[in-house]
Write a protein that binds this ligand. Structure first.
Ligand code: P6P
Length: 337
């Protein structure tokens, strides 16, 4: 049974940078995720940790107490390992530059991390799986002034990620990641606080068929999306597909990657740019999707090729096995004719 650290070392030849720095980065991710695991798993008992914080986050959404706790926990953990120079978080309007870097200069290669500390947090008090999503870029120290940390270090295309993953806090706590050499899942054994390899080389299966979309928005969807939903429901070939949607991206995605299914959060009349965030939700999930043999698109082109313009920008998001995603793209393209 490989632990996460042993597995990373075993696969160090697939990582182009310092494996020590990657181990230190994972050390901070593991510590923070164990602290959140502890709080999430007793959320129902300690009233002080569930429910709304009474604040509204920068997106005008009700911030849950655990959102705030998760954000602070990850930021602290990244700061204390001295391997991250800058952080962007769904819970923070601006980038967070780790103050150890004088005048924002870095003295050695560091990481840039973008994170959704606790996605789906509105599900906390009803015991539905929630998750942390992380996206990581590598920032090289350069002799010229390029070694300062700026917003440009965060607005990179998703294909430049060196690490992406999520932690799902559900019936068990599982850390799933990729460094570009396949997707691997590690389950936390809370009795000793170690993550053990439980899902090596996750690949989308093509035999199961699930579609995940909030059908409550049906009449707000485009014609192509509505036609695809009806296609999924037809009594034909290997259909109807199973409708599964829990309103928690990490929960819906983890199930679909393991069992085989498409996740769709398209633009709607009320959310013309989509709802999900490109940098710390869609890019990391898209990276995993391609590594697991699937496709991730905004309906027109790959998520990982979108050039970001703003830290919290949204995008329509479709991801899953190639065959089902391509079928949906046929319906979207047909609508354009
Ligand atoms: P809706 C949670 O707020 C989230 O960002 C994702 O985790 C989830 O998939 C989606 O929004 C659910 O949104 O509009 O269907 O409730």
């Amino acid at each position: 049974m490989y632990t996460l650290g042993e597995f990373i070392i075993e696969n160090k030849d697939h990582y182009p940078y310092s494996i020590e720095s990657l181990l230190r980065l994972f050390s901070s991710i593991k510590l923070a995720s164990k602290e959140i695991h502890k709080e999430v798993n007793k959320a129902g008992l300690t009233r002080k940790i569930i429910g709304s914080s009474g604040k509204v986050n920068i997106h005008g959404e009700n911030q849950q107490k655990l959102d705030n706790f998760a954000h602070k926990t990850f930021v602290e953990s990244f700061k204390n390992r001295d391997v991250v120079c800058g952080i962007a978080s769904e819970e923070s309007k601006n980038i967070i530059i780790i103050e150890k870097h004088v005048n924002n200069n870095i003295s050695e290669d560091k990481y840039i991390v973008l994170i959704d500390p606790l996605d789906g947090s509105s599900n906390i008090d009803v015991n539905v799986p929630i998750g942390t999503i992380f996206s990581v870029y590598y920032k090289k120290k350069k002799s010229i002034s390029k070694n300062i940390i700026t917003i440009k270090d965060f607005l990179q295309v998703g294909r430049q990620q060196v690490l992406a993953g999520y932690i799902i806090y559900g019936s068990s706590t599982i850390l799933v990641y990729s460094i570009g050499n396949g997707v691997h899942g590690f389950t936390l054994d809370p009795s000793i606080g170690a993550f053990y390899l439980s899902h090596p080389n996750i690949r989308f299966p093509n035999n199961e068929k699930i579609y995940s979309i909030n059908e409550g928005n049906y009449y707000r969807f485009s014609y192509g999306i509505r036609k695809f939903i009806k296609y999924c429901q037809e009594e034909k070939e290997n259909r109807p597909y199973r409708a599964r949607y829990i309103g928690s991206l990490v929960g819906d995605y983890h199930r679909n990657m393991i069992h085989g299914g498409i996740y769709i959060y398209p633009k709607t009349a009320s959310s013309p740019k989509g709802k999900l965030r490109l940098l710390y939700e869609c890019n990391p999930i898209a990276f995993l999707t391609e590594q697991a043999g699937g496709l991730a698109t905004n309906g027109n082109f790959p998520i990982l090729d979108i050039i970001p313009k703003a830290l919290h920008q949204r995008t329509p998001f479709i991801c899953g096995p190639k065959n089902i995603v391509n079928k949906l793209k046929e319906f979207i393209n047909y609508e354009k004719k």
